[in-house]
Design a protein around this ligand. Sequence first.
Ligand SMILES: C[S@@+](CC[C@H](N)C(=O)[O-])C[C@H]1O[C@@H](n2cnc3c(N)ncnc32)[C@H](O)[C@@H]1O
Length: 273
Amino acid sequence: MMKRMTDVKAYLKRLELSNILREPILRSSVDSLQLPPGSKGLDAGCGTGFNTLMLAKAVGASGHVIGLDILEEFLTKGRSLAAKADLMERASFKKGDVKDLPFEDNCFDWACSIDLVGLVPIDPVFLLKELARVVKPGGRIFILIWSSQMLLPGYPLLEARLNATSFGLAPYDTKKRPELHSMRALEWFQQAGLSEPMARTFVRDINHPLNSEMLEALADLFKMRWGEDNGELSKEERVEYLRLCRDDSTDFILNIPGYYAFFTYSLFCGKVV
Ligand SMILES: C[S@@+](CC[C@H](N)C(=O)[O-])C[C@H]1O[C@@H](n2cnc3c(N)ncnc32)[C@H](O)[C@@H]1O
């Protein structure tokens, strides 16, 4: 139990930090969809609800978004964030499983899931069908997925090697069938019977100077992506990783003047028929 609480706390902290990096790119992706003002939406696998609140702002004062997650601790955090942001009217949180949504058919105008597919063991076509079940005909389903990064300018080979390790490749792994790779999501939309499938990729640029929040968030991202020493790197590669990516190293890459990096999110969308 203690271990689980610590895990949840650490995961909460990680989601908070990653939100510093993700918020602007997720907001532009959602803005591109022009969600109908006053609409009712579902954020499936909402985590701590950062995105639920961003979606709630996107639908305006007369709209409403429900964030659904399987972990009560995250929902509690979501509710407190909604209260702090004075968005209790527009956002609410419910415990449930995305595989068996606790909602009637056709009760939302749209539904989405952000950074869920690929990270948790859910068949993506099944998930899309379940989301489509609760959305009215003509409503949209969309998913947003972290799709690439370029974070170590000047070290393309090391970055390629880091990306080719099991953690670096996440949410992919070598045992996964190619059709389950997130860049195959348009096929899932077709298989789920959704119409007008479309995909678009958004970029988040990161420019020097970095404030302390960004430094912490990026250092944590390095750790999350590449920090695990599971023997997949050579000794020299591991030393080079530690030299460049550890915030206590004198050669920490984020300290180079003019540091520039980027990462991308891909948006996949389709309509319920
Ligand atoms: C990587 S987090 C992403 C959270 C959030 N969408 C975001 O982008 O910040 C994945 C979330 O999915 C939730 N989750 C995993 N399996 C689930 C399930 N079967 N039903 C509902 N939520 C689930 C986890 O608890 C976690 O909060």
